[in-house]
Write a protein that binds this ligand. Structure first.
Ligand code: PLP
Length: 494
């Protein structure tokens, strides 16, 4: 062991205390920290021959890297769909790193953390009121959850045509003309990425029509497509909350179609699943319990640290899932038939004990805690939406159905800003560092999106955000406002 490593091992107590102090100070300041990079410059550094030791490395992070960090786990980071980290989730994450277990089988030596994973999956099912027939596991994010679910769907499609795609590859299945037909109205880009990774092709999705002004699918058109493709192997990717406007496909109608047509029903409910925590909103998901697979992200509304999500797959597909992720050709890893192992159930082999942060936060705050977070975020998003609706400078582009506010900016003539001007507006807003939003193109209009999924967001944060929006508007249009008013003054001298 080098001297440096030896010294760190001996000083482990002082080192962990310094990290604890750093974390506490960081988190206490979090909501006052900028939501955008103060700096984007990282000094060049090459690998040292003799290491610095952990204490100097920590000092370097504080002195040279700190300015690159943004308050993305804070109360006013509303870009993308960015959750924070509850205190209990942070605690769980530290313990996960400290104990460093490899989560695989339920009774294998050294990896019994899989038992905790299964217990956590059970608690998430309870939180979301999902039936026990859903098996689940942790992956790194909703993208990998969509991938996992769609990989099993692909295996199902292959099996229906007499192919074992996991073993035989796609070539045989495709050359027999048995390629699955994928239907979706508004697939999240991560589902398209999953289709690319699975060899199904991101451009092969048959797009289901949407009623005007909606992102949800038109049920009649879906039925027409199901009729057209009857006899083929159809996979439907439906939305349990679209990313732009949190629109939900009509689950009960899809469930009824399932009685007449055979298709794999996947729901991407990455964050929309949490509507189930709110008695006033859970109707949006009614019927979803009949799906074949569901994606739920944990680093969004569950507020656990990156990277964490779960998949749910109906237990009737257990064998297909094991075929899909079979890792049987390594005798040193044991016989997969002997006991359940995540090794044969998820894309990764070795895995971080991701369940623990989720387990901690679920146990620490319970159903009531999540109901409160979800309902508070929804209520605050509505308030922001109401202010936007009442203003003459901004325009809501969709009703605030849940927790996302999607709105455009109007110029002084009342015309919606185009892409470049929206980006300019957003840059000014974000660089002020008090609130962070991201752009989107919705219905042909360039918009700003604010997605509220953070446990810390409060009423005063909406006030801050609204003040920022109005000040930035004035800043961006100040010159125009001034010149217009001086023109008016010239026309109407008092
Ligand atoms: C509906 C939906 N699905 C999937 C994803 C991808 O999530 P991740 O970045 O965690 O992979 C997102 C991210 O915002 C999402 O909103």
């Amino acid at each position: 062991m080098t001297n440096v490593l030896q010294r760190d091992a001996e000083n482990i107590s002082a080192l962990t205390e310094s990290v604890q102090r750093y974390a506490a100070e960081y988190l206490q300041r979090l909501n006052a920290m900028p939501t955008d990079n103060a700096e984007s410059f990282l000094p060049q550094l090459s690998l040292p021959e003799t290491g610095w030791g952990a204490a100097s490395t920590m000092t370097y992070i504080q002195e040279k890297m700190q300015s690159l960090f943004v308050a993305s786990p804070g109360a006013r980071y509303w870009g993308y769909v960015t959750g924070g980290v509850t205190p209990a989730a942070l605690m769980g994450d530290w313990i996960t790193s400290t104990i460093d277990q490899n989560t695989q089988s339920l009774n294998g030596p050294g990896d019994m953390t899989a038992l905790v994973e299964q217990q956590t999956i059970g608690m998430i099912r309870e939180l979301l009121d999902l039936p026990a027939h859903f098996m689940g596991g942790f992956v790194s994010g909703a993208t990998m959850s969509n991938f996992t679910c769609l990989a099993v769907a692909r295996q199902w499609a292959g099996a229906r045509a007499g192919n074992d795609i996991a073993r035989e590859g796609l070539v045989k299945a495709m050359s027999g003309g048995e390629s699955p037909v994928v239907l979706s109205a508004t697939p999240h880009s991560s589902s398209l990425k999953a289709l690319s990774m699975l060899g199904l092709g991101s451009s092969n999705v048959v797009i289901v029509d949407k009623p005007s002004g909606r992102e949800a699918l038109d049920v009649k058109h879906l039925e027409a497509l199901l009729q057209e493709h009857e006899g083929k192997h159809v996979i439907l990717i439906s939305s349990g909350g679209t990313v732009n406007t949190v629109d939900y496909d009509e689950m009960l109608a899809i469930r009824r179609l399932r009685e007449r047509y055979r298709f794999w029903w996947h729901i991407d409910a990455a964050f929309g699943a949490f509507a189930a925590c709110s008695p006033a909103h859970k109707h949006l998901l009614a019927g979803w319990e009949e799906a074949d697979s569901i994606t739920v992200d944990c680093h969004k509304w569950l507020n656990v640290p990156y990277d964490s999500a779960v998949f749910f797959v109906h237990e009737r597909y257990a064998a297909l899932q094991m075929q899909t992720f079979q890792n049987s050709s390594a005798p040193y890893l044991g016989n997969p038939a002997d006991n359940f192992s995540y090794l044969n159930f998820v894309p990764e082999n070795s895995r971080r004990f991701r369940a623990l942060p989720a387990w901690c936060t679920l146990v620490a705050y319970g159903k009531e805690g999540y109901r409160e977070i979800v309902e508070r975020n929804i209520a605050l998003a509505r308030q922001l939406g109401e202010r936007i609706s009442a203003s003459t400078t901004f325009a809501l582009q969709a009703p605030v159905r849940l927790n996302v506010v999607c709105f455009s900016v109007k110029d002084l003539n009342g015309t919606q800003l185009e892409r470049e001007a929206v980006m300019g507006f957003l840059d000014t807003l974000n660089h002020r560092g008090k609130v962070f939003m991201t752009p989107t193109l919705y219905n042909g209009v360039w918009c700003l999106r604010a997605a509220l999924v953070n446990w810390q967001t409060q009423q005063e944060d909406v006030e801050v955000a609204w003040n920022e929006l109005t000040e930035v508007y004035q800043e961006v249009f100040r010159r125009e406002v001034r010149s217009k008013s001086s023109e008016r003054a010239k026309k109407n001298p008092i």
